[in-house]
Design a protein around this ligand. Sequence first.
Ligand code: B4P
Length: 185
Amino acid sequence: MVNRLIIFGPPGAGKGTQAKLIAEKLGIGHLSTGEALRNEIKSGSELGKKVQEIMNKGHLVSDEIVIEIVRGALKRAEKGFILDGFPRTLGQAEVLEGIFREMKIFGIKVINLEVDEEELIKRLLNRAKLEGRADDNEQTIRNRMNVYNRETKPILDFYSKIGNLKNVFGMGSVEEVLGRVLKVV
Ligand code: B4P
């Protein structure tokens, strides 16, 4: 089993859901940049206030902020890691490759969860009811989908060329998807 993973996919694909289960199963660290940013907001810091404004519009937080979070978390992840929500731009993917080289981290696998757009919107609207996340209203969800298609999806080509991309069908129950992911890692 590979213990250095990146989980990738559009908003609502189930990255957070699967990453948590995979991390438990493999005994590795779960690093969610979305979660780390939400914690920064909760802390009430000046940085948190800036982050909140950006996330509530469905936009991406600046690379500098997210890269610092990731660098710190990778240093602490001695038993391996699953990165969830990072990278989200080609720039972040390139910086991440540099960090991996610098920290001598090799043999990474990228899991891409494939889910229909209609199902994504349904899941996010449902999450809005359950968790009341400020970025889960219909207008923001549409913005996040556009941002994903424009800025995040091109990363798939990057990983496909490196040769470590594994596509996983992300429809069906959480357990079914987990089973498929565990098969490819
Ligand atoms: P994230 O926290 O990463 O959230 P997400 O992409 O919307 O959702 P995810 O794919 O994790 O779905 P989940 O498991 O919750 O990002 C939020 C924001 O943070 C971004 O918009 C951005 O502003 C900022 N951000 C984060 N990383 C950044 C970065 N690197 N750079 C810049 N900005 C960054 O699943 C969704 C719902 O579906 C849940 O309710 C879940 O219970 C349900 N679900 C999951 N699997 C299911 C299944 N198989 N069947 C039915 N429902 C399912």
